[in-house]
Design a protein around this ligand. Structure first.
Ligand code: BTN
Length: 255
């Protein structure tokens, strides 16, 4: 699929990396910079520690200081119509998926809507937030990737690159690889070319081609993913043969 191209495609993500020891939340910081006109295109804002790191659905994002990558950047997203905005989330997920797979991690999957799993344990969370500044839409992309943390709350199925490889890794090398991958998969999308990301996303989806467990507010059921569209809506076939669509707030995938 091709839509109107976007000037941003020629600018690289991460040409400028600004590091902070501690921020409330890198997403909040980038959003404020956009509003104040201080955000440099492509800038990556990274914090060693976030005092109020945020996750999906109003949750918090916990990460031990200095162990992991927690960073954000903004993309101009005016060129995407409201029915296509989820392609940015797909491209970010694919970029993380490909980078981890190339780093010798096995069984990496993208879990709809915004998680990356390794062997059924969460290794990365993504938070995309759209802001309108001076009538222009921008999407703030926040990434929390577990790199060297080895102790996690036992109630939480989490993992890290170090746990998977059995040794600590250099944070800056992981950041460099990840930024390279983000440019590789986001720039074509920003230029209007969706097909490669679309194919890779559907192939890498957790549960693709299998029966998996979904839960709604009052029931859980087995289903098979038929598709995730570019509005972020998931199409699920039930064992009874009906196909139903859900938005991210309406259903959860159990893993
Ligand atoms: C989730 O899985 O719930 C999404 C987690 C997103 C966490 C990242 S860390 C960097 C950025 N700043 C935040 O406050 N959140 C995102």
């Amino acid at each position: 699929m091709c839509v109107a191209s976007n000037q941003f495609a020629i600018k690289m993500i991460g040409t400028k990396i600004t590091r902070y020891n501690s921020l409330e939340s890198t997403n909040n910081f980038v959003a404020k910079q956009l509003i104040d006109g201080l955000y440099a295109k492509g800038e990556v804002v990274l914090a060693r520690f976030q005092t109020e790191g945020r996750g999906q659905r109003g949750s918090s994002w916990q990460s031990l200081p200095g162990d992991n990558l927690t960073f954000s950047f903004a993309l101009p997203s005016n060129f995407l119509n409201i029915h296509a905005h989820f392609i940015l989330s797909k491209a970010v997920s694919v970029a993380i998926y490909e980078m981890l797979s190339a780093s010798a991690l096995s069984d990496v999957r993208i879990k709809w809507p915004n998680d990356i799993l390794v062997s059924d344990h969460k290794i990365c969370g993504i938070l995309l937030e759209t802001k309108v500044v001076n009538s222009e839409k921008h999407t703030v992309v926040g990434i929390g990737l577990n790199v060297n943390q080895v102790d996690f709350d036992p109630g939480y199925k989490a993992t890290s690159i170090a746990l998977q490889l059995g040794r600590p890794v250099d944070l800056d090398s992981v950041l460099k690889e990840l930024i390279g991958s983000l440019n590789q998969y986001l720039n074509p999308v920003l230029a209007g070319y969706f097909d490669d990301v679309e194919f890779r996303y559907q192939t890498a989806l957790y549960g693709a081609g299998h029966w998996i467990q979904f839960s709604e507010e009052h029931r859980s059921f087995q289903g098979q993913i038929k598709e995730v569209d570019n509005e972020g809506v998931i199409l699920v076939k039930s064992k009874q043969g009906q196909t139903q669509s859900y938005r991210a707030k309406e259903v959860k995938i159990s893993y």
